[in-house]
Design a protein around this ligand. Structure first.
Ligand code: 4AD
Ligand code: MG
Length: 430
């Protein structure tokens, strides 16, 4: 019977065959312990001299890391291993003998590992991170599908920009100028007015000259957009969504969280509702915490966000930022037009902003004013004004950065490990 490591528990005391690679090995005179991986998981296989042919015993003893083979044996309980099972080997059929695999079980420097990202992905740590990423994506589709959202795919090549023009990747679109999308939002607003509740999941690009543990040049964003939903209602959707993904990972990624030594008590607290503080309150809190030179009107940096987040044990919404430091499409607060109906969701434990969202402007004259102020001229933005002209309604949306969310939930210091092939300021390889 051919099976996988993930399915092995279903075959206790039965003989199965698994296609696998060798990750590590320990041998003594009459016994070898092989550490296997097969893509679905990690398992130990025990090769005892008396149970196998001489050929298989020698093969096991001399095989190098990352050699591939079909391995056959009996699945038996092993309480000491995280998986709970191991294999008592009966036969090994070599597929490919690898030699001199560059990533050995010893420690390697980060640049070396990044240069070998195509191989590094095979490690137990990277496996755990990517499985958690996958679970967050799965839970995202479940959450929005269960709540009546339609998935809409905005274009990647665009003529307009949603988040300012300074961090755009330019490219030629035949004879026209085009950009790689920074956010699908403007298109999702059009879609929300056509389908009610929509969401997208796709890559976005920011030519940001930031070299921090939170910044990627290419990252993936989940962007929901909802018609007839105001700012407060949007915050409820956000906290329910983030709680749902945290609880889904807790439930479905126990082995992975354990492999990463994640403190799961911190994740167990991630249940809606989340605290909310206004930008004004955040300024006061920062002053109390010793950031004496922060002034109203300034944007927050990573140290400010961390100081605010440390005040709470759940993600915290910072609401109503000054209009001047936020995007052109945000709706002004009806009583305080100097601030906008927006919120950033700051993750706990120093992981920073994971969501940016707002209620959108729903007024043609005001939008025209914003176009003037932000220099949004030309044909590229004309279609977006149509949304204001024909049956506009209150609508809100937000964008969750997948990699920062993975970093937080998996407890990984740097976003470079949360995407299969990271694009960083100085890295386009592999
Ligand atoms: O706050 P941002 O810029 O918001 C938008 O793009 C809105 N148009 C979204 C919307 O309302 N539909 O980005 C949203 C999130 C951030 O909170 C952060 O998690 C992530 O995207 N993000 C990045 N992640 C990794 N690397 C970068 N350079 C990122 N820039 C933003
Ligand atoms: Mg933001």
């Amino acid at each position: 019977m051919k099976t996988t490591i993930a399915q092995a528990a279903n075959y206790e005391e039965q003989t199965v065959t698994i296609g696998a690679w060798l990750t590590n090995k320990r041998s003594s005179g009459k016994i070898s312990f092989l550490q296997l991986r097969d893509g679905t998981g990690f398992m130990q296989a025990v090769v005892a001299k008396n149970d196998v042919s001489e050929n298989t015993f020698q093969l096991a003893k001399n095989m190098h890391q990352e050699s591939s083979f079909y391995i056959t044996g009996k699945i038996v309980e092993d309480k000491r291993s995280p998986l709970g099972y191991e294999m008592q080997v009966e036969n090994i059929e070599l597929i490919h003998e690898a030699n001199d695999y560059p990533i050995t079980p010893k420690e390697h420097g980060i640049e070396f590992l990044m240069d070998h990202r195509h191989l590094w992905l095979r490690s137990k740590r990277q496996h755990a991170i990517m499985k958690i990423r996958n679970e967050i994506i799965r839970a995202t589709y479940q959450f929005f599908n269960d709540n009546g959202y339609v998935k809409i795919d905005p274009p990647i090549l665009t003529a307009s920009s949603a988040e300012g023009t300074t961090e755009l990747f330019h490219t030629k679109y035949f004879d026209e100028e085009a950009y790689l999308s920074q956010s699908g939002q403007l298109y999702l607003e059009a879609a929300a007015l056509a389908f009610g509740k929509v969401f997208s999941f796709g890559p976005t690009f920011r030519a940001e000259k930031s070299k921090t543990r939170r910044h990627l040049i290419e990252f993936w964003m989940i962007e929901p957009e909802m018609a007839f939903v105001d700012h407060d209602e949007s915050l409820e959707i956000q906290e329910n969504y983030v709680s749902f993904i945290a609880q889904s990972v807790l439930k479905n990624c126990q082995l992975e969280l354990a492999a990463l030594h994640r403190d799961i008590s911190k994740l167990e607290q991630i249940k809606a509702p989340f605290p909310r503080i206004s930008y004004d309150e955040a300024i006061n809190l920062l002053k109390e915490k010793g950031f004496s030179d922060i002034e109203w009107g300034e944007d927050f940096g990573a140290p400010h966000e961390t100081a605010i987040a440390d005040h709470f044990d759940k993600p915290v919404f910072i609401t109503n930022y000054p209009a001047d430091i936020k995007a052109f499409y945000m709706k002004p607060h009806p009583d305080h037009p100097e601030v906008v109906l927006c919120a950033d969701l700051i993750a706990p434990e120093g992981y920073g902003e994971i969501i940016g969202g707002s209620q959108r402007i729903d007024d043609l004259e005001l939008m025209k004013e914003r176009y003037e102020q932000h220099g949004l001229t030309g044909e590229a933005y004309e279609w977006y004004l149509d949304l204001q002209k024909y049956g506009n309604v209150p609508h809100s949306g937000f964008g969750l950065g997948l990699e920062r969310t993975v970093a937080w939930i998996a407890g990984i210091d740097h976003v470079r490990e949360t995407i299969p092939f990271p694009r960083l300021l100085n890295r386009l390889y592999p």
